[in-house]
Design a protein around this ligand. Structure first.
Ligand code: FES
Ligand SMILES: [Fe+2]
Length: 336
């Protein structure tokens, strides 16, 4: 989990005032130097352990607010006010994490002092002509597994988003193809044709055929893709789930779409509906967490139509050498 890039905040949230963010349980101080480049340090001054996020930026240095130690963008201590005999000592340096800015987000690689082995995830069609995007973020008291499963699970939509996404009394049998590879599991809903809820009727009127795909991509991306028979229509809803600490995630939603409907109309309709659905999911997930805590731990029952969870767990626990082949493919029937 740690040898990956995670979204720590949006580009807009970060200026020269350091901010405190926790990613995978690691408290971080994130800031921009005068040159605009982001840096991320462990939020602890090596001297007397004051949070560096309470300090300030001077030129490209971060200054600790207690005794004014100055750290450059790589965390190297460059100045200790009052110290006459300067000598290099690595113990005086702040712990720095690899950081970069991409697609309007500040990404942190959660292994300090290590050369990253990968690149941050690139959201589909974000930079492609003809597509529009809006983003949103939200904190939710839940786990990565439960949040990703919720987002990708078609069977809760009839109840939690009743009428909005699907309707319970309009179910039909469909085929789902599940494929798992090294770093991703994908469920393709093959012959759903029309989706019963209001969102679909508003956003894709007159389209007879829709193919929806749910994906979980390592380290923590849940993604829905919809395409219709109306040539131009395509929609990606990607959720980057940054684990903050135990039972807390910060979800960054990136909604990218191309449609024959005008952009302003889609944003005016889609944004509030999306926020509404997000609040419904947050409420059910926090209720789940509350009850799991009340009963001192999860005890779940799986059925064949819980198509994502076993594979999501497999991918997340890959490091633990499960005795299963890494590639998996299966076709099942379900009613949605
Ligand atoms: S605690 Fe940071 S300079 Fe002393
Ligand atoms: Fe949902």
């Amino acid at each position: 989990m740690f040898q990956n890039w995670y979204i720590a905040c949006t580009s807009r949230e970060l200026n020269q005032k350091p901010i405190a963010r926790t990613v995978l349980g690691i408290p971080l101080a994130i800031f921009r130097g005068i040159d605009g480049k982001p840096s991320a340090f462990l939020d602890k001054c090596p001297h007397r352990n004051i949070p560096l996020s309470k300090g300030w930026v001077k030129n490209n240095y971060l200054i600790c607010k207690y005794h004014g130690w100055c750290f450059d963008e790589q965390g190297i201590c460059r100045e200790i006010p009052g110290l006459c005999n300067w000598n290099e000592d690595r113990n005086r340096n702040a712990v720095a994490y690899p950081v970069l800015e991409q697609d309007g987000f500040i990404w942190v690689y959660c292994k300090a002092d290590e050369l990253p082995k990968s690149q941050p995830y690139e959201f589909p069609c974000l930079k492609q002509k003809g597509f529009s995007t809006f983003t949103k973020q939200m904190e939710c008291k839940t786990t990565l597994e439960n949040a990703a499963e919720n987002f990708l699970d078609a069977t809760h939509t009839h109840f939690v988003h009743s009428g909005l996404i699907r309707t319970d009394n309009q179910r039909k049998e469909i085929t789902v193809k599940i494929t798992r590879s090294e770093n991703m599991v994908e469920a393709v809903y093959l012959n759903e044709e029309t989706i019963s809820g209001l969102i679909y009727k508003l956003l894709a009127p007159g389209c007879k055929k829709v193919i929806s795909i749910g994906r979980f991509i390592l380290p923590s991306i849940a993604q829905l893709e919809y395409c219709t028979d109306c040539d131009r229509d395509q929609l990606f809803i990607s959720l980057f789930l940054t684990p903050v600490k135990e039972n807390l995630i910060r979800a960054y939603s990136i909604v990218t779409f191309r449609s024959w409907l005008p952009d302003w109309f889609l944003k005016a309709i889609a944004k509030p509906l999306f926020s509404f659905a997000t609040r419904q999911d947050k409420a059910i997930l926090q209720l789940q967490t509350w009850n799991i805590n009340r009963f001192q731990g999860e005890k779940f029952v799986l059925t064949e139509i819980d198509v994502i969870r076993p594979h999501l767990l497999y991918l997340l626990k890959q490091g633990e050498k499960l005795n299963e082949p890494s590639v998996f493919e299966k076709i099942i029937k379900m009613k949605v």
